[in-house]
Write a protein that binds this ligand. Structure first.
Ligand code: ZN
Length: 214
């Protein structure tokens, strides 16, 4: 007889971003985000006060990594800026690049910044009670453009995996999200961004679609 996985409920604490019954968690401190932001001098100036502080953390429920299962969890990010650039996650593409993801805004004002392998950019605002669909093949990063914590639930196929190097190898994402004078946000070009070559693109689109664990 097949042994079934035990059903479970995971309560989200919006004040802490923690999720009950999580199987794992990780934290990113300010100093872990060196090199992410345009304004390196502003980053250095903040390091003394901010270096050890947790900028974002993730608690997740990861039943298995088998194809067909799901991983879900909650991400919580502090508000803030480095220079005029809003706090953000490192971002990634799924190692199995055809795997999608859902984000659900629970608290705060967020953006999902997405980039196709060819370098097209999309931004979806993820406010409270907004579901954002990240389709297969889109590189994605969340950005906190509000003045309070951003809490979002996420869910993706368990065999997706994450590839962070795709962003670093291109000099960052093509767009940066910066503050406007009136407290809003705008998208600006990242001057360091470099287009991916044909071989890299072919590698992304040649990802196997079934059966391989991340
Ligand atoms: Zn993802």
């Amino acid at each position: 007889m097949t042994k079934l996985f035990e059903p479970i409920g995971c309560r989200v604490d919006l004040s802490t971003g923690a999720m009950g019954n999580a199987t794992g968690s990780y934290q990113k401190r300010f100093r872990d985000l060196d090199g992410l932001y345009e304004d390196a001098a502003a980053f250095e100036a903040m390091r003394g006060e901010w270096g050890d502080r947790i900028v974002y953390e993730v608690s997740e429920f990861r039943p298995r990594e088998a194809a067909g299962d799901l991983i879900f969890g909650v991400t919580r990010m502090l508000p803030g800026k480095v220079g005029d650039e809003y706090f953000m996650t490192r971002g990634h593409i799924h190692k199995q690049a055809d795997r999608p993801e859902i984000y659900y805004g629970q608290k705060g004002e967020g953006l999902m910044l997405m980039e196709s392998p060819e370098g097209e950019t999309r931004v979806v605002e993820v406010g409270e009670q907004t579901v954002c669909y990240v389709p297969p093949y889109w590189i994605h990063r969340s950005v906190n453009v509000g003045d309070s914590e951003l809490v979002m639930l996420f869910c993706y196929p368990a065999d997706s995996g994450q590839d962070y190097a795709i962003i670093a190898n291109a000099g960052g994402m093509r767009s940066r999200i910066v503050a406007t004078g009136d407290g809003g946000w705008k998208q600006v070009d990242n001057a360091r961004w470099q287009a991916r070559d044909a071989a890299t693109l072919a590698g992304i689109y040649a990802q196997p679609t079934t059966g391989k664990a991340a």
